[in-house]
Design a protein around this ligand. Structure first.
Ligand SMILES: Cc1cc2nc3c(=O)[nH]c(=O)nc-3n(C[C@H](O)[C@H](O)[C@H](O)COP(=O)(O)O)c2cc1C
Length: 202
């Protein structure tokens, strides 16, 4: 075995160690609205469930050079956002939204995604996802960094679910129909592989 102290690794090598080993990571496509009404969209793979009762999810948004990304700033200002599950059909378009645009430019427009009205929040989602969740900001934490925080950790409470009819039956979601993709390291993504079952011990 090799053994490393993260404090002795560069920022880049810590990043590569984490994104190469914590795999596969689900990907959220997150829409937010700026103060000026620009619809922003970006993918985030530091994304997971925090709680199912009540339903809450987390996003971790890295700062670069101490600067908040548009998504983090918009969520802190408006306290709402929409999370979409990235899948085999929308991943190409959603990858385009990771471009670094100015705050007054819309990645949703750039990638030709179609806005979809929300029910409980003002920020729209997009139609090109089989599952989307309207969220309100529950909690935020500024983490890490010697002088300025290194990331904005966001916890959102889900206030409305949307799901394509054909993949939902008796409260169960058809994983094959959803066809979610995950992020690995670098430019690598993965589909759901072979599915197997194991009985849980009593
Ligand atoms: C698949 C994928 C996953 C990403 N995951 C994250 C993440 O978890 N945290 C993060 O800070 N940036 C992540 N990024 C980079 C952001 O999407 C990128 O910085 C984006 O431009 C931020 O947009 P914004 O400034 O409009 O918020 C990811 C990029 C891709 C393509």
């Amino acid at each position: 075995m090799l053994s490393f102290d993260p404090a002795r690794l560069s920022e880049r090598d810590n990043y590569k160690f984490l994104i190469g080993s914590i795999i596969p990571r689900p990907i959220a496509f997150v829409t937010t609205r700026s103060k000026d009404g620009v619809l922003n969209g970006a993918p985030f793979s530091y994304f997971n469930i925090v709680s199912s009762n009540p339903p809450m999810i987390s996003l971790s948004i890295q700062r670069s050079g101490g600067n908040q990304k548009d998504t983090a700033r918009n969520i802190l200002e408006s306290r709402e956002f929409v999370v979409h599950i990235v899948d085999e059909h929308n991943v190409d378009k959603i990858n385009q939204t990771a471009a670094s645009l100015a705050p007054d430019e819309s990645e949703v427009q750039l990638a030709n995604l179609t806005p979809a009205d929300s029910v409980k929040v003002a920020v729209p989602g997009v139609k090109e996802a089989k599952v989307r969740m309207e969220c309100v900001l529950e909690h935020t934490l500024e983490l890490g960094g010697e002088e300025t925080p290194g990331c904005d950790f966001i916890i959102g409470k889900v206030v409305q679910y949307h799901i394509e009819k054909g993949i939902y039956e008796n409260g169960r979601i058809d994983a094959e129909g959803l066809a979610a993709v995950s992020r690995l390291a670098g430019n690598h993504y993965a589909k759901i592989g072979e599915v197997f079952e194991i009985q849980r011990p009593k």
